[in-house]
Design a protein around this ligand. Structure first.
Ligand code: ATP
Ligand code: MG
Length: 156
């Protein structure tokens, strides 16, 4: 089982899309093991998107991410990093495929509603930046046996 960090960005809150976006991941079968509302500081936004420093969209991206509160959440599931990215769709709302979150709810190339870690390694790093240990909840979902076939000893 893997974990990923999701951020429901300022536009997701302002556009009252939180319920719909969280539902997509719940309905897919992922387990939410951490969730909170925070105001991202300028320093935290710069740290989170450090890889994009110096690019022409960097400063507007920092302003966007700090413009209003966000929801941060941790999802758990098999291959969750890859599957969640697929569910989010291409970065640009204008190009994202219909059926994806960005494809269904975003038209902007910056205001694209959601962030998801792009690899298990960045997920681990991002989770440690945004969450304290005691904010992660390792509980047994009662329906797990119907989300995956675990009867063979593997998670299928
Ligand atoms: P995220 O990291 O937020 O999950 P992503 O991995 O799909 O998104 P990145 O290339 O990492 O895409 O870009 C980070 C964010 O910067 C994008 O989600 C978007 O908000 C913004 N962004 C990226 N490219 C552009 C661009 N050319 N013009 C405007 N904004 C951009
Ligand atoms: Mg990215």
């Amino acid at each position: 089982m893997g974990k990923t960090l999701i951020i429901l960005k300022p536009d997701a809150i302002q556009r009252r899309l939180l319920g719909k976006l969280i539902s997509r991941f719940e309905e897919k079968g992922f387990q939410i093991i951490g969730l909170k509302m925070i105001q991202i500081s300028d320093a935290l936004a710069r740290k989170h998107y450090a890889i994009h420093e110096g690019k022409d969209f960097f400063e507007p991206l920092i302003r966007y991410m700090t413009s209003s509160p966000v929801i941060v959440m941790i999802l758990k599931g098999k291959n969750v990093v890859e599957i969640a990215r697929k569910m989010m769709g291409f970065a640009f709302g204008s190009k994202a495929e219909a059926g994806t979150i960005r494809g269904d709810y975003a038209v902007s190339n910056r205001f694209n509603l959601i962030h998801g870690s792009d690899s298990p390694a960045s997920a681990e790093k991002e989770i440690s930046i945004f969450f304290k240990k005691e904010e992660l909840f390792e509980y047994n979902p009662t329906d797990l046996q119907w989300i995956y076939d675990m009867s063979t000893g593997d998670i299928v």
